[in-house]
Ligand binder design. Structure first.
Ligand SMILES: Cc1cc2nc3c(=O)[nH]c(=O)nc-3n(C[C@H](O)[C@H](O)[C@H](O)COP(=O)(O)O)c2cc1C
Length: 296
């Protein structure tokens, strides 16, 4: 679906009927009360409420963001789209964390630089990444891709690949001055086995997205923020890994091919995770946001 949408400009109108079928916008007439909420909430205003029951305005299918707001807002659960049935959604009345619980999580999340050697259950990793993909993306492009290292063995290979590539680049004097510290980390790794870049973590997740997307950096960062909070709520520590990001993006981008990053995607952010080897007894005390209440 996404592929057809992005390429739609190249198609003539006859594709629209195909697209309409693919959108599969259906209204259960026994349930629909014609309240009009679906049409009012549609961000691109392509739902017609003047028809007997809501329909997609002719010729406007290509504008659909695939956001599923129509399905989500219908109080009666009368609308399905893209084959998604309302009964399979999580009800908005399902329990959510109390504000204070969420605040506690946000205040007590720490950057973890010492991990236990044990691995996180693979199913849990995949579940958390699936949930992280609920993070919003600009224009609902939903193009963030997670490349995840599921265990120590792969992690060792990745570590070796990155440090060796940095070493090779350093020997050829091809590391820009501002990233010289990465050459030093590589030296420390080979001389003392100290892993400054990956902190001996058992897992890493690399967020990538098409470079020509609307806001790929923001999309990747927001997705990993979701992942971070969810991981912490599952007792798993995380570290935003700017060093690894710099290495993969700016210094040894050629190894991207070995990391199964999808073709055409650029790496935007790297995050380490695993069971924390540190236990913090209390939160830090942040100086507080820099806030200005606008007074014009
Ligand atoms: C985008 C980003 C990149 C970061 N990169 C690194 C890194 O490469 N290595 C590291 O040890 N910490 C890294 N950090 C962690 C910050 O140093 C850390 O968030 C900050 O010191 C506050 O500590 P806290 O996260 O425990 O509150 C990064 C944080 C962010 C947000």
């Amino acid at each position: 679906m996404a592929i057809i949408n992005t390429a739609l400009g190249r198609y003539e109108n006859n594709i629209l009927s195909v697209l309409n079928r693919m959108m599969n916008f259906t209204v259960d007439q026994d349930k629909c009360t014609k309240c009009g909420l679906c049409a009012m909430d549609c961000p691109v205003l392509i739902i017609d409420r003047k028809t007997e029951y809501p329909t997609i305005k002719e010729g406007k299918e290509k504008n659909c963001l695939e956001c599923q707001h129509c399905l989500a807002i219908c109080p009666q659960g009368a609308i399905s789209i893209f084959g998604k049935e309302p009964k399979n959604s999580v009800l908005a009345s399902a329990p959510i964390p109390k504000a204070m619980e969420l605040e506690n999580l946000m205040q007590n999340r720490r950057s973890i630089r010492k991990f236990k050697s044990e691995e996180v259950d693979k199913e849990l990793i995949h579940h958390m990444l699936t949930m992280a993909s609920y993070a919003p993306t600009a224009k609902n492009e939903n193009n963030v891709h997670f490349t995840v290292v599921e265990g120590r063995e792969q992690m060792d290979s990745l570590r070796q690949l990155v440090y060796q590539s940095l070493k090779d680049k350093a020997e050829k004097e091809e590391i820009p001055t501002r990233f010289q510290y990465l050459a030093n980390f590589s030296k420390v790794w080979f001389a003392k086995n100290i892993d400054v870049i990956f902190r001996d973590a058992p897992h890493v997740v690399i967020a990538s997205a098409p470079e020509n997307g609307t806001s790929p950096l923001e999309d990747c960062t927001i997705a990993l923020s979701y992942f971070e909070l969810l991981a912490n709520s599952n007792g798993i520590g995380t570290l935003w890994d700017g060093f690894a990001t710099n290495a993969l993006v700016d210094v040894v981008p050629e190894i991207k091919g070995k990391l199964q990053i999808p073709e055409g995607n650029k790496v935007f952010m790297v995050m380490l995770f695993g069971k924390s080897g540190r236990k913090y007894s209390r939160s830090i005390q942040n100086p507080g946001g820099n806030i200005t209440a606008l007074a014009l």
